[in-house]
Design a protein around this ligand. Structure first.
Ligand SMILES: Nc1ncnc2c1ncn2[C@@H]1O[C@H](COP(=O)(O)OP(=O)(O)OP(=O)(O)O)[C@@H](O)[C@H]1O
Length: 240
């Protein structure tokens, strides 16, 4: 990015054992921030994972602690879905070792959670957009990392599979894992514990998703083109 500062964050702490959704208008810097947190982009300053600077982590230990799902990731289309999900276990495997029983167990569990176990023997390139996304989600879940960073994890997912994703995230958080996801779908984002609201490369607001200040910040960054209503105990976002 030729040295240009895209996201300017003075200090940011994302709470452990919680789910934070990163939201904001197009171009606000959500993907850039997530990539910087994942150590995929250079940062001026320091990013810490579980209280330890990223660069101090041995690469493999970091890959076990931090799972990453990018937006529209190019995948190896010839790989079978099962082999793609197994890539999530690489940080757990000794060099050139065959996957262990624990690896197979983790992959099957992840693929069943995202409901892609039935087509485990199909090549990635022959899956629909949503089917493919579920395999990539399984890969991220199979890492069994402390921290999961996911950019647009719901891309191409139909409503029932979005609900499944929500359940998995809830389970992970209940088990003490930390989830950070960029979400465009604000109704889904408002299911998160916390919202990090970005605007023009800066943090406009960070707070609990049920907090009225958070809703006010959302309305602000979207130029008051949204309304937020509570319907049957859930937040519903309506464009206007
Ligand atoms: N590789 C790049 N080189 C230069 N500028 C970039 C690059 N990637 C993104 N940008 C710019 O950085 C800004 C933030 O982009 P980013 O993708 O982080 O936004 P975003 O909030 O995720 O957007 P969206 O909601 O559209 O996905 C945008 O102005 C974008 O044009």
């Amino acid at each position: 990015m030729s040295g240009r500062i895209i996201v300017d964050v003075e200090a940011l702490a994302l709470p452990a054992g919680r789910w934070t959704a990163v939201v904001g208008p197009n171009g606000a810097g959500k993907t850039t921030l997530l990539k910087a947190l994942a150590h995929l982009l250079p940062v001026q300053g320091s990013v810490q994972l579980c209280g330890r600077p990223m660069e101090d982590w041995p690469a493999k230990a970091r890959a076990r602690a931090l799972a990453w799902l990018g937006q529209g990731e190019p995948g190896a289309d010839d790989l079978l879905a099962h082999d793609v999900a197994m890539l999530g276990r690489l940080p757990h495997q000794p060099w050139l070792a065959a996957p262990s029983a624990a690896d197979h167990f983790a992959v099957e569990r992840a693929m069943r959670k995202t409901q892609c176990w039935d087509w485990r023997d199909r090549p990635l390139g022959r899956l629909s957009g949503g089917e493919r996304q579920r395999v990539l989600l399984a890969r991220a879940f199979a890492v069994e990392a402390e921290v999961l960073l996911m950019d647009e994890p719901l891309a191409n997912l139909d409503a029932p599979h979005q609900a499944d994703w929500l359940l998995v995230v809830r389970e992970l958080v209940a088990a003490g894992r930390t989830v950070v996801s960029v979400l465009h779908e604000l109704g889904m984002a408002l299911h998160a514990d916390e919202l990090l609201v970005l605007q023009r490369g800066r943090i406009a607001h960070q707070g609990a998703s049920a907090n009225p200040d958070t809703h006010a910040a959302l309305r602000d960054v979207f130029d008051h083109r949204i309304e937020i209503h509570e319907v049957a105990g859930q937040w519903v976002v309506v464009p206007r």
